[in-house]
Design a protein around this ligand. Sequence first.
Ligand code: TYD
Length: 206
Amino acid sequence: MKGKFIVFEGNDGSGKSTQILKVEKYLKEKGYKVVTTREPGGTEVGYRIRKLLLDPAYKMDGLTEALLLAADRNEHVKNVLIPALEDGYVVICDRYILSSIVYQGIVRGVGVENIIKLNSIFEEKIKPDLYIVLTLSPEIALQRLKMAGKNDKLDTEDFDFHRKVYNGFKEVSKRFEKCVNIEAEGTVEDVFEKVCKVIDELLVKR
Ligand code: TYD
């Protein structure tokens, strides 16, 4: 693959979306061809799956969630990620397999090994060059979400859920390859500086 595959992960409210926008601009200004995309919802089919997953009207089993997310991922890998990487793009992806490991594997109790097994089919095709895992303490993250008026299913879960997600990301970023955990407590610019440092290191190695 000619391109680079950079994934942003982290707990809800960690400021991931803000950093992604800034990184996209930063890399385009440096002259890179950049595609920004997300999971779930990076394709037309995926967008439908995202709606279903985030609809508070539906409660579903953790494994059902993992399977729907894998269906979304398959469409995304085949139609967006592989073509862009083959074409030499820097792909910035908002969430990928690490989210399934944390949310479904750990928090919803499906089991980390089961999620790894389910997603191995994608790992055989493409692997992220870098996972930037932004974590922010659940107390602060929840305050931010409240201020932003976010009300989808996962954002309204109780504090315990958010704490488990936060701890989950901390734990997996130590355990899995290519992960850099950045604490997102500082200002947007403080965090951006740290993020850029990691990305520059990756892209200079090209
Ligand atoms: P995200 O797009 O980051 O939320 P928003 O745009 O509303 O800030 O993620 C949507 C939700 O999907 C998020 O709460 C985490 C969840 N998710 C999983 O549970 N498992 C996964 O594999 C992925 C990719 C996302």
